[in-house]
Write a protein that binds this ligand. Structure first.
Ligand SMILES: Nc1ncnc2c1ncn2[C@@H]1O[C@H](COP(=O)(O)OP(=O)(O)O)[C@@H](O)[C@H]1O
Ligand SMILES: [Mg+2]
Length: 253
């Protein structure tokens, strides 16, 4: 299995504060990898280094085989980055936003590209409305759709669902699963345990600039001793109740 993203011993400090203290991980091609950590853990710093926006003090990183420091242009051609705050233009419609980016990236048929992405991200009904009227989930989906123009093999999603309501999070999760199903490699950061658990093939826990553990959910569970078997009534979670009442989820089976 080839690694689509490889970080080796990344270190970075800002004004004498060590933010990354040797970060190493690899993301298999076509998989979803979650960098899980609290605020300030170093997630965005890691993404910015991988995205050639920031130089590490030491260590190396490759995206799609290209060294981000030695071959930044080739590395950049291999990924797209969607930040925590959607980079969409509020005054334009969804369709206009997509067509604009398609023209900027010299796509052969911007209108057809926009139409296909609107379809794929279930934005057809809202396509000709100003983005200013979109919900948070629609905006984030549009943002992800925009980042896919030009078909990059790798996508970085920095906290894709922070600030979204529960229904919008589910919509974004579906969109992210759809990316991986089509073979795009996804590196996402999150501060939500359930998001990592639901979406990721592999999870790395980043804490104070170091990866504490890295593996599948099963690998991570094996870190703790097996749970004692106890019998308790299973209570629905608040999420179950909320999503059932607002009609997004059917009664638990
Ligand atoms: N350009 C910068 N200058 C100074 N400190 C920074 C800079 N960028 C990030 N930091 C600090 O580095 C730490 C990690 O930040 P960040 O990577 O944004 O964390 P996360 O995305 O996990 O919340 C924080 O303490 C933050 O204040
Ligand atoms: Mg961040």
């Amino acid at each position: 299995m080839t690694a689509a993203i490889q970080a080796d011993g990344l270190r970075k400090s800002f004004k004498g504060v060590d933010v990354l203290r040797g970060v190493t991980f690899a993301v298999d091609s076509g998989s979803i990898f979650a960098l899980l950590g609290s605020n300030g853990a170093g997630k965005t710093t890691t993404i910015r280094i991988l995205a050639t926006l920031l130089r590490p003090d030491s260590g190396t990183a490759r995206v799609n085989g290209h060294d981000v420091q030695a071959e930044p242009a080739l590395a950049r051609a291999s990924f797209s980055l969607t930040g925590q705050f959607a980079a969409v233009d509020e005054v334009l419609t969804g369709r206009e936003n997509l067509a604009l980016v398609a023209r900027l990236r010299h796509v052969a048929d911007p209108a057809a590209t926009a139409a296909a992405l609107l379809e794929r991200f279930s934005l057809v009904d809202a396509a000709d409305r100003r983005v200013g009227t979109y919900s948070g989930g629609m905006r984030r989906r549009l943002d992800i759709a925009m980042s896919l123009i030009g078909d990059p093999p790798v996508i970085f999603l920095d906290e894709p669902t922070t600030g979204l309501d529960p229904e919008a999070r589910l919509e974004v999760w579906d969109a992210v699963r759809g990316l991986a199903a089509r073979g795009t490699t996804v590196l996402l950061t999150t501060q939500y345990l359930d998001e990592a658990e639901q979406l990721a093939d592999r999870i790395a826990i980043l804490h104070e600039g170091r990866i504490l553990v890295d593996g599948t959910l099963a690998d991570l569970r094996a870190v703790l001793p097996p749970a004692e078997v106890t019998y308790v009534e299973k209570q629905p979670t608040l999420e179950d109740v909320f999503l059932t009442l607002v009609g997004t989820r059917k009664e638990a089976s």
